[in-house]
Ligand binder design. Structure first.
Ligand SMILES: [Zn+2]
Ligand SMILES: [Zn+2]
Length: 425
């Protein structure tokens, strides 16, 4: 019998953390944080952590990675199985998490030495995508690209005769990143990204909404602020804007530009043609990268309508707030948030205001980097599963999805919460 303990990530957005215990193996998938208050960490059991036999990390985002040093604090001595591209991005996520916690007057639950203690093994050194390899006597694994971030993967484990599929954060609709389709005979248990819950629009519809909104603002002579995470969605939208809005100015903060430069090193994660699109933008003079607030102010005061890319999708960073302070003063300008905003974040706060008293509008138009209802349905057909746990969205939303998919004939679906255990044999 294998037992799954949900230590975070199901019935909520954030702190992805799944613990499996069998006869010989004790395995963890991800160990993230929930970006609320000074951070909410997984429900780790220190004794279980010290006995882990393998740890896997699906990708670098904070809601999957930031809790990992806690494993070393609690006595884990092994490596973290992930990809080289993921490990190369982790440093910047740990730095920005530390700054976030400090700004909120909190304290990290671990020390620098626990971050330094993290060591890695790279999946791509052991097997190609969709190829099995043996980790130990009772544990085989295969992995594939999940199309969510450079280095992001799905995992299929065969542990003590049982198969477990973990989609990681999954998208087959990225403009730049490639995704491998997971293929398998019947899986005993799947953990599937359903961050968008009941949402059913494809990326094309979202991009069209974004295009129309941008055209309205720029056409009326205003600036459009797009606060976005430094890696991932940021580069996707930057390429989109640079190809579509050639007659307007594009202002890009340096960390997003550096992220685009870094993507060149990760070409094995890109779709056919994506590297050329990235190179073309990098070698052009289509964007302005301001060096200080004086230059930023000059750019905003000029009457050339601009799309502005600044870091931090939840607008917590001082720079995102600085832009917001400038633009929120006029009805010509607009802010569009394209991803998840945590409760209590500055982004959520301004989003709740909608249109500000000055007339500046703030709205949310999703750019898809996760799965909605039809995507999950498709994945359940591709990876037939005796049982499946849908994750990455609030419990109430997941309940709706489970009910709908049951009506469509899918069986064995679960909407769970942290602290819940599930046995399967
Ligand atoms: Zn992610
Ligand atoms: Zn995530």
């Amino acid at each position: 019998m294998i037992k799954l303990k949900i230590w975070g990530g199901a019935g909520e957005h954030g702190r992805s953390c799944y613990f499996f215990s069998g006869e010989q193996n004790r395995i963890m998938l991800d160990c993230g944080v929930k970006k609320e208050g000074v951070g909410i960490y997984p429900l780790l059991d220190a004794e279980e952590v010290s006995q882990l036999t393998a740890v896997f990390l699906s990708h670098a985002h904070e809601d999957h990675s930031i809790g990992l040093p806690l494993l070393y604090k609690h006595g884990y001595k092994g490596d973290i199985w992930t990809t080289r591209a993921t490990s190369e991005q982790l440093g910047s996520y740990f730095d920005s998490w530390c700054r976030y916690v400090n700004r909120r007057g909190g304290e990290l639950p671990y020390e620098e030495r626990h971050i330094d203690a993290m060591t890695y093994r790279y999946l791509e050194d052991y097997a190609l995508p969709d190829e099995w390899f043996e980790l130990s006597k009772d544990l085989r694994i295969k992995w594939g690209r999940s199309g969510h971030l450079a280095g992001s993967v799905w995992l299929l484990l065969e542990m003590e005769g049982r198969k477990v599929f973990f989609s990681g954060d999954y998208s087959r609709e990225s403009q730049l990143l490639d995704a491998d389709l997971p293929t398998s005979s019947i899986v005993d248990l799947s953990i599937i990204d359903n961050a968008y819950g009941m949402e059913s629009d494809p990326q094309q519809v979202k991009l069209e909404q974004l295009t129309q909104a941008a055209k309205r603002v720029l056409g009326a002579g205003g600036h459009l602020l797009l606060p976005i995470p430094t890696l991932g969605r940021g580069q996707e939208l930057l390429i989109w804007a640079s190809e579509l809005f050639v007659e307007y100015r594009i202002i890009v903060e340096q960390e997003i530009w550096l992220g685009l430069e870094r993507m060149r090193n990760w070409s094995e994660w890109l779709r056919a043609g994506a590297l050329q699109r990235i190179e073309e933008l990098l070698n052009s003079n289509k964007v302005v990268i301001p060096i200080d607030d004086q230059e930023r102010s000059c750019l905003l005061e000029s009457d050339v309508p601009s799309i502005i890319f600044t870091g931090d999708g939840m607008m917590e960073s001082p720079r995102a707030r600085w832009y917001y302070d400038q633009l929120s003063q006029s009805e010509k300008h607009a802010v569009i948030l394209t991803g998840h905003t945590a409760r209590g974040s500055f982004g959520r706060e301004v989003l709740n205001k909608g249109t500000l008293p000055t007339g500046c509008s703030v709205q949310h138009i999703c750019y898809k980097v996760h799965q909605g209802l039809p995507d999950v349905s498709m994945m359940l057909n591709e990876v037939p599963s005796s049982q499946a746990v849908l994750v990455h969205a609030p419990k109430e939303e997941t309940d709706l999805v489970v009910a709908r998919l049951r009506d469509e004939g899918h069986k064995g679906l679960h909407s769970l919460q942290p602290g819940i255990e599930l046995d399967f044999r």
